[in-house]
Design a protein around this ligand. Structure first.
Ligand SMILES: [Cu+2]
Length: 361
């Protein structure tokens, strides 16, 4: 039974691999963190550390990293819970990548994505949370004490005030609800318009992963945590893959922002005068693309610190409702949240059924 489920689980992963965004020959390829070569990984880590050591040209009391992080606070109220979430974060991430390249004078540096669906059985055991990568949960006082990118003192708080602090994390119960690769594929494939895709991604797994890590990651200053970049590269990749899989929809942009205004391709990105959504619709024109995530058992176990058999005897759990307090704080429409949660739970039911579990409805 255990073996059969295991095989089934991997068969699903192989049959339904997350399609790769098509890469032009001159595109910079953003790989999954675990697929980086040791050189690529250390170049990336060193570049981020350099940003954390260079003095900001505009505010000499903080670093270039801090100046970049606080942009997210400044625009926070305009760039979430709406259709403009995806284009704004795509551009913001590209600006970071360009900054990493310029401070190191190395145009080959890229932001790796974190395919958290690969870690769905036990995210806290992810190799990304070890000392060699981004570090794990906060220790005493909530401070992260390990990881190449976990130990440091950010300068801004979530209100954009100058408050020197340790990087806090407090893992929460949402660690138990990371979407499996099959759940995620189904959610993306079932998104028939841009606005549905944007809601499914943002209100679903995007918010969940932020909440699961806790600390600064749940606030407007989430950029303080290096998980932000790789998490958002994954979010951006889901959009890019959806664009590739749906050529007729690739250049569509619709829905509403969080002021209930209809969005258009001519909208200017908040805080980036002169940059319109049109300019970020195609990752190829922006000079990058995404590689394929590891999709077989062999590549997964070679790249990960964990095995995948632990929870395969259990059905996938339903997503619990999101607290009202959280929705108010994030400006999330409760109707949208309920729809997205229901969509995810119905996908979970189908997958459980397909895996031979009885589904109680
Ligand atoms: Cu954001």
């Amino acid at each position: 039974m255990k073996y059969t489920l295991l095989v089934l689980c991997f068969a699903l992963m192989v049959v339904l691999p997350l399609a790769s965004a098509r890469c032009a020959s001159n595109s910079l390829v953003r790989k999954e963190v675990r697929q980086m070569t040791p050189t690529e990984l250390s170049k990336y880590i060193n570049a981020v550390k350099l940003l954390r050591n260079l003095t900001s040209p505009t505010t000499p009391t903080v670093t270039r990293y801090d100046t970049f992080a606080v942009i997210h606070v400044t625009q926070n109220n305009r760039i979430h819970s709406g259709a403009n979430f995806l284009p704004w974060h795509r551009y913001y991430l590209k600006q970071l990548e360009l900054l990493l390249q310029s401070v190191t004078n190395d145009p080959t540096i890229y932001i790796p994505y974190w395919d958290w669906s690969l870690d769905y059985l036990n995210p806290t055991a992810s190799i990304l949370m070890t000392d060699a990568y981004f570090g794990g949960n906060g220790g005493s006082g909530g401070c992260v004490t390990n990881g190449q990118l976990g130990k440091w003192r950010p300068k801004y708080n979530s209100n954009g005030q100058l408050v020197d602090h340790c990087l806090p994390r407090s893992f929460g119960s949402d660690m138990n609800n990371y979407p499996s690769p099959a759940t995620l594929n189904s959610l993306i494939a079932g998104s028939t318009t841009f606005s549905t895709l944007a809601q499914n991604v943002e209100v679903g797994p995007h918010n969940l992963v932020h909440r699961s890590i806790g600390g600064d990651m749940t606030t407007a200053i989430s950029t303080n945590d290096a998980f932000f970049f790789s998490h958002h590269a994954m979010v951006d990749r889901l959009w890019a893959n959806w664009q590739d899989a749906n050529p007729a929809l690739a250049n569509t942009y619709n829905g509403r922002d969080n002021t209930n205004r209809r969005v258009t391709l001519n909208d200017v990105l908040a805080g980036y005068p002169g940059i319109t959504v049109t300019q970020v619709m195609n990752t190829t024109t922006m000079g990058y693309c995404y590689g394929n995530a590891p999709s077989t058992a062999a590549t997964f176990s070679a790249l990960s610190s964990q095995t995948m058999d632990a929870a395969s005897e259990e059905p996938l759990p339903h997503w619990p409702p999101v607290s009202e307090e959280y929705m108010i704080a994030k400006g999330i429409d409760p109707v949208v949240q309920a729809e997205v949660t229901a969509r995810i739970n119905s996908i979970i039911d189908s997958l459980n059924e397909a895996n031979g579990f009885t589904v109680s409805k």
